[in-house]
Design a protein around this ligand. Structure first.
Ligand code: SF4
Ligand code: SF4
Length: 63
């Protein structure tokens, strides 16, 4: 039950971090990463994963 950022395609824009209701997204070096232990897939808060919708690079997918 978590989403994952494909680091190779992440530009480090930070758009996803601001949208995450679980504070599961943090900068890791030059890119961002999702902590799978914290990601709830936005269940109970939103109907769709907010980070996926916010990412302009389309680099977030299901683990
Ligand atoms: S799916 Fe939701 S909870 Fe998980 S990282 Fe993305 S915004 Fe955060
Ligand atoms: S929104 Fe996408 S490109 Fe921007 S930091 Fe998050 S994963 Fe990387």
């Amino acid at each position: 039950m978590a989403y994952k950022i494909n680091a190779a395609d992440c530009t480090g824009c930070g758009a996803c971090e601001a949208e995450c209701p679980s504070r599961a997204i943090r900068m890791k070096g030059d890119v961002y990463a999702i902590n799978p232990d914290k990601c709830t897939e936005c269940a109970g808060k939103f109907d769709s994963p907010q980070c996926v919708g916010a990412c302009p690079s389309d680099c977030i997918s299901k683990l």
